[in-house]
Design a protein around this ligand. Structure first.
Ligand code: R1P
Ligand code: URA
Length: 235
C-alpha cells in the first residue's frame, strides 16, 4: 500500500535518494543525470523519480519547503526502503566568505524549526549528518576543486522572519548559512537508522531576497548535484 503523501509502492524507491526542496530541481536532476528516469509519484507536486547513476539505482524526491514537509517525505521514503537521504538544496549565506553558487557541506544543523522540536519533545539536541556521507561529500567537493565551505547551517521555518541582524547573531556561533530542512533530516536519519546528509548551493544573502544570477546559481546547483551523486556511490 502506498504511503499517504509519497505515492510510491515498495520497489519504486531506490536505497539512495537525493532530496531537493524544489520539484523542478528534482525533475531536472532526474532528466539530466539519471539513466532511464521513471516518475513514481507526483502527488501534491512532490515529484519523485527513480533511475540509475553509473548503473546504481538512485531516486530523486522533492521534499517541498520546510522541515514539516521534509519530515513527512523522509518518513515515507524510509518506509519505502530508502537507506540514504541526501539533501541537495539552496541556502542563504550569513558568513561573508560565502559567494553565490558556492557549496556548503553541512557538518551540523542548528534546529530552529518546529518539526525537529516536536520530535525532540523540547530536548536540546545536535542534529548532525551521517559521518561517512559527510566525509564522502567533503572529499568529492575537494577532489573536484569546487569552491566549498564546511560547517554549521541553521534550519529555519520562516524564510522572511530572519534578518541580517538576527542571522549575524548565529554567525557568532559558527553558522555559515540558513536553510529549511536539514535538521529534521539529520534527526530522522538518527532515529530511523538511515544515513542522512546535506549539501547546499548559496542562492542569496540572508535578508536579500534577490537570487544569485541564474548562470551562477545554475552552475552551483550543477556542481552540488555532481558532488552529491559521486558521494552517494561511496556509502
Ligand atoms: O532550494 P531548496 O532545496 O528548496 O532549499 C531552500 O529553498 C527554500 C526556500 O527558498 C527552502 O526549501 C530552503 O531550504
Ligand atoms: O532558508 C533560507 C533558504 C534560502 N535562502 C534564505 O535566505 N533562507
Amino acid at each position: 500500500m502506498s504511503p499517504i503523501h509519497v505515492r510510491g509502492e515498495p520497489g519504486d524507491v531506490a536505497e539512495r535518494v537525493l532530496l531537493p526542496g524544489d520539484p523542478g530541481r528534482a525533475e531536472w536532476i532526474a532528466k539530466t543525470f539519471l539513466q532511464d528516469p521513471r516518475l513514481y509519484t507526483s502527488h501534491r507536486g512532490l515529484l519523485g523519480f527513480t533511475g540509475r547513476y553509473r548503473g546504481v539505482p538512485v531516486s530523486v524526491q522533492a521534499t517541498g519547503m520546510g522541515a514539516p514537509s521534509a519530515s513527512i517525505v523522509a518518513e515515507e521514503l524510509v518506509g519505502l526502503g530508502a537507506r540514504v537521504l541526501l539533501r541537495v538544496g539552496t541556502c542563504g549565506a550569513v558568513d561573508g566568505a560565502l559567494a553565490p553558487g558556492d557549496l556548503v557541506i553541512a557538518q551540523g544543523a542548528v534546529p530552529l524549526d518546529g518539526a525537529t522540536r516536536q520530535y525532540l519533545e523540547g530536548r536540546p539536541y545536535a542534529p548532525v549528518p551521517d559521518p561517512e556521507l559527510f566525509r564522502a561529500l567533503w572529499a568529492k567537493a575537494e577532489a573536484k576543486g569546487y569552491p566549498h565551505h564546511v560547517g554549521l547551517v541553521a534550519t529555519e521555518d520562516a524564510f522572511y522572519a530572519t534578518t541580517p541582524e538576527s542571522a549575524q547573531g548565529w554567525a557568532r556561533f559558527g553558522v555559515l548559512a540558513f536553510e529549511m530542512e536539514a535538521s529534521a533530516l539529520f534527526l530522522l536519519g538518527r532515529i530511523r537508522g538511515v544515513r542522512a546528509g546535506a549539501i547546499l548551493a548559496v542562492s542569496n544573502r540572508i535578508g536579500d531576497p534577490a537570487l544569485a544570477p541564474q548562470e551562477v546559481l545554475g552552475e552551483g546547483v550543477r556542481r552540488m548535484v555532481e558532488v552529491a551523486l559521486e558521494a552517494l556511490l561511496e556509502v
